[in-house]
Design a protein around this ligand. Structure first.
Ligand code: NAD
Length: 253
């Protein structure tokens, strides 16, 4: 699919990897609708990037909230061609720690936002994409989810996070199979360690330590490199049903 004059929804688009994606989409003459809870950052981005960006205060885990966001988007922009699911959280909690067993509510919350939220948005956006006129390659839409290398090599304290991301990897192929009939492709990006607000505040020492684990180049990923992968997936019509690691070759211990 050509990445020009398209309309995209980016969940978690107010920060980090989602924000970089929004910037890339706008730079390439597309429109982006941010679905995020962080209204302040969302509004700041809209102010900076202008009318090519809209912000909707949406909780991805809530079906009513997502449906309302989609209804408003359709009213304003009439179509959606691309969905990039970036919204996510990852509080580190051990299965059994000094404070006792992992609170079940925390586990459920991570699954609800990262995994259920991803599915919730994609199922409702797919319904709209299915109504698009197909392009010359019979495509009606492209959906890109965000997992993590934690889906394969989760660390201590990442039981919930790794389970949620493993779920995203697991559903990528069956969702691609379900949506193939409509001309909608589905891929997942599994990022390694990227320089986003998630990692800001960890301190120079921690960042240096993490960078050493990367094969090459020995640094954290740039959010713009994630956005570049989004652009590649959208533009390469033969990419489908796949999870792509984007991690500088890191294999976490
Ligand atoms: N940064 C990394 O190194 C890294 C590595 C692997 C995977 N990821 C994944 O990439 C995605 C983006 O991460 P990031 O580093 O950009 O994080 P970030 O914290 O910078 O951005 C996440 C955004 O999601 C939003 N959000 C959280 N819960 C939401 C909800 N219920 N509804 C709507 N929006 C919600 C937040 O407000 C925030 O703007 C996440 O899914 C994360 O798990 C990040």
């Amino acid at each position: 699919m050509k990445l020009k004059n398209k309309i995209a929804i980016v969940t978690g688009g107010a920060s980090g990897l989602g924000e970089a994606t929004v910037r890339k989409l706008v730079e390439m003459d597309n429109k982006a609708v941010i679905f995020d809870l962080n209204k302040e950052r969302g509004d700041t981005l809209v102010e900076e990037l202008g009318e090519a960006v809209l912000f909707q205060e949406v909780n991805v885990a809530d079906d009513v909230s997502v449906q309302a966001g989609i209804t408003t988007t359709m009213k304003q922009l009439k179509a959606v061609h691309i969905l990039v699911n970036c919204a996510g959280i990852g509080p580190p909690v051990k299965t059994l720690g000094k404070q006792g067993p992992h609170p079940l509510d925390t586990f459920k919350e991570v699954i609800d936002i990262n995994l259920n939220g991803t599915f919730n948005v994609l199922r409702l956006v797919a319904e709209q994409m299915a109504m698009n006129e197909p392009n010359q390659d019979e495509e009606r839409g492209v959906i890109i989810n965000t997992a993590s290398v934690a889906a394969f090599e989760g660390q201590k304290g990442q039981a919930a996070y790794a389970a949620s991301k493993g779920g995203i990897v697991g559903m990528t192929l069956p969702v691609a199979r379900d949506l193939a009939w409509y001309g909608i492709r589905v891929c997942t990006i599994a990022p390694g360690i990227f320089h986003t607000p998630l990692f800001q505040g960890l301190g120079e020492e921690v960042v240096t330590g993490l960078s050493k684990q990367v094969l090459f180049p020995k640094r954290l990923g740039k959010p713009s490199e994630y956005a570049e992968m989004v652009s590649t997936i959208v533009q390469n019509s033969y990419m489908n049903g796949e999870t792509i690691r984007l991690d500088g070759g890191i294999r976490m211990q």
